[in-house]
Design a protein around this ligand. Structure first.
Ligand code: EPZ
Length: 424
């Protein structure tokens, strides 16, 4: 079992370059199924979830070739849209639900294992199903498999009961080759939704309004290949911004889109952190004491739920009382117990966690309870007094590329070790 050992108390200074957005590329890869030919995606991050997705597509018959951050896919010879034989691999990855929309859109049918829930909530797919049925598909769930089929997909007006990134993207995937116009109302506006729409439009789709509340998809007969570059990862960018703020460092975060970070930049400035937008990046200069703040996670352009956990570490050592309300997922505070082991004073009441800021956290043995909680544990280790051991870091490998190399380049003291057995 691999784990991190971090020596706290070092200020992080220097530069870090941000690579492609995980939650965009996990939509772009299945979207490639729709063109039935060769396409190229640039700026693809080297993270475990991407590799897992490519392994699944290869099993379906997709030709996959990767050269550094360039990804070449040829989806001409997909032999089947039945993914049930790969339940083991697919079940572990939430974004596998996009196989439903992409295979339904291309072949008119699909069988995909129900994506698992995880430690942040039960993660239902009722809004995905609502969209597929509105387009004319029948959907059945049997023995953990989702069966979706349609004689013909016809455009429809769909009002989302919940703002859902996954459902918005999945309905777009199913609608691009449907007959007629599809309206998705109350759609998610995240940058990665826009990225998938831009990729599909470059392939010949006709999608209007991505990034607004209402997305219109005018069905086309077919798509062609294209070359596309993934947008920078908004969540990775925010994570490094918070590392600079927490360690009182000075980091230039390059290859970012500053507009995507507006909610995060505003909140850090409220805490007294310097956030300077430069041509090709954002410079963050942290200083203590951090002022207390209130945060509520919201769909984009609000404060991202995926940065709730990293932000909590700043609150744990800010002056006075801060609070964070998690309005997106019902169970995203499991990691608070780990922060308490380090001396954080935090109280969770329903969907709100309130912090009474402490002078200092102290290093100890903690674990990553999910991907973004893992990032928060790294930040806590970077600022704690003494040494911190973080286990279950496989979660972190799912979404952060070359994390320890980047932190060492910024002056952090972190190393990855392997206990050689299940228990680290
Ligand atoms: C995506 O998950 C991201 N994952 C998540 O990032 C991110 O936290 C989330 O969007 C919100 O931004 C990927 O893109 C692979 P949702 P998704 O559908 O699509 C409810 C990370 O760390 N809902 O926007 O699953 C749902 O329960 C991960 O990178 C329904 O009720 O999120 C939640 O409360 C974690 N019915 C809310 O909507 C549905 O059919 C938002 O979920 C779908 C969702």
């Amino acid at each position: 079992m691999e784990y991190y050992i971090i020596e706290g108390g070092r200020r992080l200074n220097g530069e870090v370059s941000i690579t492609g957005a995980k939650n965009a590329v996990l939509g772009l890869i299945p979207a490639s199924i729709l063109c039935g030919c060769a396409s190229k995606i640039e700026n693809v991050p080297d993270i475990r979830d991407v590799q897992k997705y490519l392994d699944i597509l290869e099993k379906l018959g997709v030709e996959v070739y990767r050269e550094q951050d360039n990804l070449y896919l040829n989806t001409e010879n997909i032999e089947s849209s039945d993914c049930s034989p790969y339940e083991e691999e697919i079940g572990k990855m939430r974004a596998s639900y996009y196989l439903l929309g992409a295979l339904l859109g291309r072949f008119g049918k699909a069988v995909v294992p129900l994506p698992g829930g995880c430690s942040i909530g039960d993660r239902p797919i009722d809004q995905h199903i609502k969209g597929f049925e509105a387009l004319g598909a029948t959907v059945k769930i049997r023995h953990g498999m989702v069966y979706v089929e349609a004689e013909k997909l016809t455009g429809a007006r769909i009002y989302m009961d919940v703002v859902s990134v996954g459902a918005t993207i999945n309905i777009i995937l199913a609608a691009v080759l449907a007959e007629g116009v599809t309206y998705i109302e109350n759609a998610a506006k995240e940058p990665h939704v826009v990225d998938v729409a831009n990729y599909l439009n470059l392939m010949g789709a006709n999608i209007k309004g991505a990034g607004t509340d209402t997305i219109r998809i005018y069905g086309v007969d077919s798509l062609h290949g294209c070359e596309y570059s993934v947008i920078p990862d908004q969540i990775t960018t925010g994570t490094y911004m918070m590392m600079a703020a927490a360690t009182q460092g000075n980091i230039l975060i390059k290859n970012v889109i500053p507009r995507h970070m507006d909610a995060v930049s505003a909140k850090l400035r409220e805490m007294g952190v310097q956030v300077i937008e430069e041509d090709d990046g954002i410079r963050v200069i942290g200083k203590r004491p951090l002022k207390p703040v209130k945060v509520k996670t919201l769909p984009y352009p609000g404060f991202p739920t995926d940065l709730q956990q990293p932000m909590a570490v700043l609150m744990a050592v800010a002056n006075g009382s801060s609070s964070i309300t998690e309005s997106i997922f019902e169970n995203r505070f499991k990691y608070i117990d780990e922060l308490r082991k380090m001396g954080a004073e935090a109280t969770v009441t329903g969907r709100t966690c309130t912090f009474n800021g402490v002078e200092e956290l102290s290093g100890t043995r903690i674990r990553a309870t999910d991907l973004r909680a893992g990032a928060a544990m790294v930040i806590a280790g970077l600022i704690a007094d003494g040494e911190t051991k973080i286990t279950d870091i496989h979660y972190i490998d799912r979404g952060y590329e070359h994390l320890e190399d980047n932190l060492r380049n910024l002056g952090g003291i972190i190393r990855r070790e392997n206990s050689g057995n299940e228990e680290a």
